[in-house]
Design a protein around this ligand. Structure first.
Ligand code: GTP
Ligand code: MG
Length: 197
């Protein structure tokens, strides 16, 4: 798929703030700091369209980015971040779940779930993936920060992630680096396929 243009359309918290265009959506989920905002910038060839942070908890609301005038990439807050109050954690989780639940049937064509390639998926990751599957959502796994390990480690790490998340054979897992831009074409291809067949 070719990215012709992209712009930030709206920041939302509640469903009545989501876009009403009816365009299909691709959502990025994963733990805080895993690289959700970074992958969106990399896919869209933009430096800081989605705001990236050094510390977990940078994205606290939902950001909709309109692409090529006919679909959205959706940047969500992260989960599993320990260093915030219980109330804050609950509020972010509610934002994520409400979004996924309300878009699951019509707009949401693909959930891109991100996990850090260096680590085994956390309990939160496992719960999130079960939830995505449980609702029958179309999903792929992207293993981020692949530049931080050697090439020979990549398949070992992918197999571990596959095992811990109990991915079925048909579920794609793509190693990715926002730093080196590796995996970009493959992820865009999956997005294109999910949106336009
Ligand atoms: P929250 O908004 O807090 O949920 O985080 P996020 O998942 O949006 O992560 P973000 O894109 O803000 O990136 C977090 C940190 O990881 C930043 O310091 C990024 O520069 C870094 N990072 C993201 N992707 C990569 C990558 O592929 N390689 C390396 N080396 N660093 C990365
Ligand atoms: Mg973010």
């Amino acid at each position: 798929m070719i990215i012709k243009n992209a712009e930030h359309e709206i920041t939302a918290v509640k469903p009545n703030q989501y876009p009403v265009t009816g365009f299909p959506e691709v959502a990025f989920v994963g733990r805080s700091n895993v690289g959700k905002s970074s992958i969106i910038n990399t896919l869209l060839n933009r430096k800081n369209l989605a705001r990236v942070g050094q510390t977990p908890g940078k994205t606290r609301q939902i950001n909709f980015f309109a692409v090529n005038g006919n679909f959205y990439l959706v940047d969500l807050p992260g989960y599993g971040f320990a260093n915030v109050s219980k109330e804050m954690k609950a509020s972010w989780e509610k934002i994520i779940e409400t979004y996924l639940y309300s878009r699951r049937q019509n707009q949401l064509k693909l959930v891109v779930m991100l996990v850090d390639i260096r680590h085994s998926p956390s309990k939160d990751d496992i719960v999130m993936y079960q939830w995505i599957k449980g609702y029958g959502m179309n999903s792929i796994i992207v293993a981020t920060k692949a530049d931080k390990i050697t090439r020979s480690q990549i398949n070992i790490r992918l197999n571990d992630i596959r095992k811990v998340l109990q991915l079925d054979k048909s579920t794609k897992i793509i190693p990715f680096s926002s730093e080196k831009r590796t995996g970009r074409e493959e992820v865009l291809e999956e997005i294109g396929r999910s949106l336009f067949g």
